[in-house]
Design a protein around this ligand. Structure first.
Ligand SMILES: C[S@@+](CC[C@H](N)C(=O)[O-])C[C@H]1O[C@@H](n2cnc3c(N)ncnc32)[C@H](O)[C@@H]1O
Length: 265
């Protein structure tokens, strides 16, 4: 007698079907992606729609609507910068510097992953603010950040009473040189907002603006942390020094991550 088909069999068949479609579309981690899509979709039609979007080249995080970051599930809408796992290194460096009851600001916050992750591990009472110029990013951050989220250009977005009070200022600004945007993988180039990627002629335009103003907003002994590339690190360090901060460079080879850390003396 033939065994009746169980819901488990159906799911396994669907997973196999999705894996085959994703593999054909060139997804290297087709099996893992299939599992994620099946767990995120609420119906077979939604599975189909998600696989189609993924096969057309959309980032997986935009397709399923979230990214994993530092143990958190961060909601990410279409067009918004997908937080990179590499940036967890910046959060770890910041966590080592945050004392008790820290005032934390996540400038250029995107979906708000950095501030949310740092606040989750901080001790005592955390005052957390996040800000971004892109309304789509601000909408996402409002879902992810357990604090106040502001919209506007760099420090203009922040409440004035934060001046001189910020203990940890996270600023993972755009740092790709304008002329190199075209060389980025399609997932970034075609699916993340240009304002999230473009750092101007040498990639350091936004970082220089942040570094120039940061000292006025940091508490005495407070820190600014920005991710950059190995190639840009020395110029970024100089920008921090010009802004009156004591800069140092931290690197993590496993993640290929470079972070500039500036202390307000
Ligand atoms: C590289 S993304 C990083 C996002 C987030 N910090 C992360 O690591 O996931 C840079 C972010 O900076 C924002 N941004 C660019 N220029 C800005 C400006 N002048 N003022 C505020 N935000 C800005 C972009 O909208 C984007 O969300």
């Amino acid at each position: 007698m033939e065994r009746a088909t169980t819901p488990g069999d159906e799911r396994a068949r669907l997973a196999e079907d999705v894996t085959v479609r994703l593999r054909k579309a060139g997804c290297v981690f087709a099996e893992d992606e299939a599992e994620l899509i099946l767990s995120a979709a609420s119906s077979p039609d939604e599975v189909d729609a998600m696989v189609t979007r993924r096969a057309e080249g959309e980032p997986l995080e935009h397709v399923v609507g979230f990214a994993e970051f530092h143990g958190l599930r961060i909601s990410v809408d279409r067009g918004v910068f997908v937080p990179r796992r590499r940036t967890e290194f910046l959060v770890r460096e910041a966590a080592a510097l945050a004392g008790r009851d820290p005032v934390i600001v996540d400038l250029c916050c995107g979906a708000g992953a950095l501030g949310a992750a740092l606040a989750a591990g901080a001790s005592g009472h955390v005052e957390l603010h996040a800000a971004d110029i892109d309304p789509a990013a601000v909408r996402c951050a409002r879902r992810n950040v357990p604090g106040s989220v502001h919209e506007g250009d760099l420090f203009d977005a922040l409440p004035a009473d934060l001046r001189g009070r910020i203990d940890i200022l996270l600023a993972n600004v755009p740092y790709v040189p304008s002329g190199e945007i075209g060389l980025l993988p399609s997932e970034a180039r075609d699916h993340e907002a240009r304002v999230a990627l473009d750092g101007g002629d040498d990639g350091l335009g936004v970082l220089r603006r942040v570094a120039a103003e940061a000292a006025a907003w940091l508490s005495p002994g407070g820190h600014l942390l920005s991710e950059t590339s190995e190639r840009q690190a020395l110029a970024a360090q100089a920008a921090f020094a010009e802004g009156g901060l004591e800069p140092r460079i931290a690197t993590d080879e496993d993640w290929n991550a470079t972070v500039i850390i500036g202390r307000n003396p």
